[in-house]
Design a protein around this ligand. Sequence first.
Ligand code: FAD
Ligand code: SIN
Length: 516
Amino acid sequence: MMRADFLVVGSGIAGLSFALKTANHFPTSKVIIVTKADKKESNTKYAQGGIAVTLDSKNDSFDQHIKDTLKAGGGLCNKKVVKFVIQEGPERLSELIGWGAQFDKEKKDIYHLGKEGGHSTNRIIHHGDSTGLEIEKTLLKQVAKQPNIKILSHHFALDLITHISKKNSKKTSCCGAYVLNMKTNAIEKVVSKITLLATGGVGQVYESTTNPLIATGDGIAMAYRAGAEIKNMEFVQFHPTALYQANVSPSFLISEAVRGFGAHLRTPDGKRFMINYDPREELATRDVVARAIDKEIKKSENHFVYLDCRHISKKEFTKHFPTITKKCNSIGIDISKDMIPVAPAAHYLCGGIATDNKGNSNIDNLYACGECAYTGLHGANRLASNSLLEAVVFADRCYKDANKKIKNSSYYQYTPDWNNEKPISSKEKIIIKKNKKLLQSTMNNFAGIVRSKKNLQKAFKCLQVIDKETKQLYKNGVKSSQLFELRNLIDVACLIVQQSLKRKKNKGVFYNEDLR
Ligand code: FAD
Ligand code: SIN
């Protein structure tokens, strides 16, 4: 058994910035970060476009950023949350810069600001097209300097340890988590006073996604099983322009900033089409562009449309988008001569574990932050590059609140041990792999960009079959991260489908053709 004052699950921008601030503020406290892969692996690492922050007082204002966020969110954002997240952005950005993160500058002290869909002006701070990697590396470097933070990589949190108060029988509190050490295959108990879930997104629920393999919704599923409120799961954002490569998953992202830089979308026979869908054309919000592409793809029976950058200066393009240029070159696409095949892919979850304005879930001593949380910022559709912003603002709010709470917290004495002890067999591995693939194709086919009641019901039936088979393995006591992940994917997929069936009106990224 391990003990920590603060247990952080996840080592992306949300978990690392919370851990760093907390450990710094309380040098005598013990902070444990558990993360299920290499410590760098996260959605954060792949973020390209940047962070939306209001910096340019001449051409931008908090009010304008607030207005754009509310408009993208389709009337479902929490206005108070939108306001404070945007207002606190510049201070949080200064902290990242203070820790050593570098962002592109136009000239001394003036940052270069990129543009993305739904933004009325240029306001995206970025590090070329690898902003997330720069942030991740910076945070990990700082965390390494903090003697009271212990990072346990290849440690998979599989369930929360909870306790129901006898005095107030309705109130559940969190006392840590069961964690699988993926190297030794032992299940360990991490007992903590405060737990923060920062486990990221759910893209792996879908066959085509920009999200890396770690994005299996574990935190959301764990919190759900422990009784946390989970909201707005039907709002899965599809990025319009993931690179199309048959049978390659996850998909490489072609940043929206490329369209912000002037790239055009074209049908396979070369025609621009966005004007037929929205006066903002290629820079309409993601829901609009992704649905337009989906429609064009279905009309033409192709698997993709094209993104055309041929009219953009190759030198300038390469300077701003070195990673994208390199990737295209590696598969024989010269962006000055060839068009890039693109298709929408699951990218971001706007919903998640419901929190208050300080990151508290409805379970005592359990916080959620980053993509796994539903704070009210994004409503029905996240405005591009508002998620890194949300993560740093809420990590700060969680840190401030948790630091008040820790003074009156103690360890819960009785925490039961985990008792499953059977390693996985190769036959069971095959069943798990087959069911994961089936789940992903089911969600792509029946719960994707355009949904219908009939298809959602079909998806639910199929998920029930997968769930039954998976529960059987679980009952048999199989102990493996693959099985734990599949269990989480099923819970999250069911939440997406069930909450989709309940929604009565199309909003933002949610579109059910029966509700037109
Ligand atoms: P993550 O960065 O995903 O970190 C989650 C962590 O939790 C990982 O370390 C993971 O290993 C760990 N974990 C998960 N489950 C478990 C478990 N069971 N046990 C232990 N550890 C676990 N947003 C923007 O604002 N701007 C952008 O330009 C941008 N570009 C993007 C480009 C791509 C390709 C992608 C995929 C996303 C992009 N996003 C962007 C979204 C943004 O990157 C994410 O929303 C954000 O990084 C999420 O941060 P996080 O800390 O919440 O989660
Ligand atoms: C991108 O660079 O297009 C991704 C931005 C985001 O998801 O916010």
